[in-house]
Design a protein around this ligand. Structure first.
Ligand SMILES: NC(=O)C1=CN([C@@H]2O[C@H](COP(=O)(O)OP(=O)(O)OC[C@H]3O[C@@H](n4cnc5c(N)ncnc54)[C@H](OP(=O)(O)O)[C@@H]3O)[C@@H](O)[C@H]2O)C=CC1
Ligand SMILES: O=C(O)C1=N[C@H](C(=O)O)C[C@H](O)C1
Length: 269
């Protein structure tokens, strides 16, 4: 296994961190060479396998990301925007591919990721699954075919621990719809409706969020006009789809020049 690329996972104790650890270990295409958690976390200093309730792996969880990144060819990062901004700089320093699954960025945080991508391959997507990335292409095609008298609404549902809304996927789908329609999403989106909102703005792209229980991730894009409605839907039932996509992105990134990429690039869609 020592001839396959080495991968570091950040936010290792998280839902995606643990799923990624299983995916990388079982892939035969990469090996886990580092696992990062924040300073003070109870897993730091422990063997990762033991911390996850299994057999020892020889990978000790660390709170020193740069030391871990320096040993790896790729970093897979599903954490939080502030952490990802720091990890981007360190991945660039280590010249490691940086796969970013984190969502919830403000526009200025997205802009702040760019300098690091001059020195490293950065692959970022609000959803790493094949199904959702295919859906974005479908949404763009349908939006392009329909006039603005078809209202577009994106409805997303997630588990009750999710901290950002609308989801990164919903924003990807909204952006694809806006591109299909030939408008910018900024200035044409409506979300969080409440009270006397007035009639729906013509041409707007609407967002609604549901949070409950253990929903992995569900997205509907609704095209509605007088007399008919078209609904495009993706349902995730297993986080493994995101982890497999992220690992695919990491391996793809090894052959790319520094710069910013997304899953449409990785999947060649
Ligand atoms: N692009 C995609 O396909 C997908 C994206 N996501 C996104 O991935 C992210 C993580 O999701 P999920 O695993 O469910 O979340 P969790 O809350 O389960 O895990 C997040 C992990 O990141 C760590 N973390 C958070 N902030 C920091 C920080 N400032 N410094 C260091 N570590 C930090 C957390 O540590 P601690 O517990 O100590 O806070 C935790 O280990 C979210 O943004 C989510 O939307 C999720 C699924 C798919
Ligand atoms: O937080 C999650 O869980 C998920 N986040 C991503 C998003 O914001 O769209 C992807 C997926 O839907 C799960």
């Amino acid at each position: 296994m020592s001839d396959v690329p080495g991968v570091v996972i950040t936010g290792i104790s998280g839902r995606m961190g643990q799923m990624l650890a299983h995916t990388v270990a079982g892939s035969g295409k990469a090996r886990l060479v580092g696992a990062v958690e924040r300073a003070g976390h109870s897993w730091v200093g422990q063997d990762l396998g033991v911390a996850m309730g299994g057999a020892a792996t020889g990978v000790i969880v660390t709170d020193d990301p740069l030391e871990a990144f320096a040993k790896a060819q790729a970093v897979i990062d599903f954490t939080a925007p502030a952490a990802t901004l720091e990890f981007a700089k360190l991945a660039a320093q280590a010249r490691a591919v940086h796969v970013i699954g984190t969502t919830g960025f403000e526009p200025e945080q997205i802009a702040a990721l760019e300098p690091a991508s001059r020195h490293s391959v950065q692959i970022r997507a609000g959803n790493m699954s094949l199904g959702v990335n295919l859906l974005t292409k479908l949404v763009q095609t349908v939006a392009q075919a329909l006039d603005a008298d078809w209202d577009i609404e994106v409805v997303e549902a997630h588990h009750n621990r999710k901290v950002d809304a609308p989801s990164g996927t919903a924003l990807m789908l909204g952006k694809a719809a806006a591109e299909g329609r030939g408008i910018a999403l900024e200035g044409h989106s409506e979300s969080g409706r409440q009270g006397i909102t007035g009639a729906r703005a013509e041409g707007a792209i609407g967002f609604s969020s549901i949070r409950g229980g253990d929903i992995v991730g569900e997205h509907d894009v609704i095209f509605a006009t007088a007399g008919e409605r078209l609904v495009l839907r993706h349902i995730a039932t297993d986080r493994a789809i995101f982890a497999r996509g992220a690992l695919k992105a990491a391996l793809w990134g090894l052959d790319q020049k520094p710069g910013q990429y997304d899953m449409i690039d990785v999947l060649g869609l």
